[in-house]
Design a protein around this ligand. Sequence first.
Ligand code: SF4
Length: 603
Amino acid sequence: MLGYAGRILKVDLSSGSIESCETPERLARAFIGGRGLGAAFLYKEMPQGVDPLSEGNVLIFMTGPATGLPIPACARWEAVTKSPLTGMYLCSSVGGFFGARLKFAGFDGIILSGKSRSPVWLDVVDGEAELHDAGEIWGLNTEETEISIQRKLKDKRVSVASIGPAGENLVKFASVQVDMRSGGRSGSLGRGGVGAVMGSKRIKAIAVRGRGKIEVADEEGLNSLARELRKELKLDEVGTPWLVDEINEAGMFPTYNFQRGTFEGSRRINAKAMRKFVKRHTACHACSISCGKTTVVVGGRYDGSIVDGPDYETIWSFGPQCGVDQFEAIVSANMWCDLYGLDTISTGNVIGFAMECYERGLLSEKDTGGLELKFGNHEVAVGLVRKIAFREGLGDLLAEGTLVAAKRIGRGAESFAIQVKGMELPAYDPRGAWGMALGYATACRGGCHLKAWTIGDEVVARRYERFSTEGKAKLVMDFQNLRAVEDSFGLCVMGRKVIGKEELARIWAITSGWNVSVSELMRIGERIYDLERLLAVRDGISREDDTLPPRILKDPLPNLDGSTIGEENFEKMLDEYYALRGWDRQGRPTREKTQELVDLLET
Ligand code: SF4
């Protein structure tokens, strides 16, 4: 199989057995790689109805045919599993160097099953893999873990994916941190609690390195495509923080836990404000965009804070969501999230939620352990990161995620728990762009913006009327299908402005020699989304879960007149969406669609 490493590593942590199998060509042609192939393996390997933190859950790391190529924006790979935060299917992607090095080590993916009796870490090198005792590194933060493993292996060019204390303590939104000390772009498998799944399996880290080469069908074509794309995908000086001004001006910058859509302190946390903290640009494997920014705080309360970030989402989660306008505090919160291994979006969201509970009298100082949990109190927000990671005091409740915390607090808190299917919503208030409302409600992994980022069409390019249902079902569905394809190849969202469907088809032809039309690629995207839905339906997801919190659905945003979505409008979009997808009124893929998928997966 050209373009692929050709083998998948299988590690049973219960027995300690390690084996590998060929990457199945039939499944790769049907589901590409990365997210698609990961979902196919999850369907085949994970028994129905397992508890996400039990031995029965399966954790899959999977690269795509573009991962590790010498072309920009193609460094990404996926983790696929069942989420402890949502109790359903989860996919999460990250860049860095890990994916490329896994392929150079001879593997397209790793399938982890079972649960180790004691902490271990996995070393993968040039077609071999070995489990090691992790007793000495259990308890370390992610950076210390990476340094320790690199020292043991006497190799600084080894990529490490590790969990911190949050994953060990089974925080429901614990992340896996990747390439923390690579010198390039580091990253997180952030959303949905992949870190907690690793923690439950007692696998602290996975290290990968390899000297192999990925054979492709057309080496010359690949080099010329790489040259072409590098010219177009140039250094991004600003990175995602450009969105702070854009989204604030659009009136949909969620502030004080989605109570407003504009933040008065936005100028203190926007891309311009960030500039003075940026020390250098960082890049993933072979990427000319270098969207990563290493920021450093010198002096003051947060002196010495240093992080590869923050991205727009993190600026929002510890900024307006918590009413904080101190950029230094945001850098510090981002740094601690990365070190402890926490998803910054969910962490900031749940802290903002707790602040609203406190201000409304639903949490007392007794509940907070004496903390004055008011919006704008940046010291408390930053301090809560540690409490969540170690499940100390109030942190233990918040570590369960916003939905569970709201249920336990009660007295109406659920109506302003801003999540979908248990996953905390990120940095765009969908009342300002109704396509995002449908996108959040139907995203395959819960409240996620990346599966259908309709902001580009509704707010930036204004191709659609944003306060309208018109055309949104089709917009969302097409976006989701395309993102499924992109995630399966290993393409980064930052590359999609230049690397479109045609380029992806060209990449597959150049690497694997498989010629497909753009419409066939889109059919594969639809197939992947159907499979992900099938996995979610197996876990009990149906129409009633494809919804939004009452605040988002029913209340107007005070700063945007007439921006109430309303149940009727929302249900109309949902009906149209299900019909376009060929799902029934409960949001289940039809019997024919299901049978087609099952036949494909089981033959
Ligand atoms: S654009 Fe940024 S995140 Fe994407 S591959 Fe390049 S450096 Fe990595």
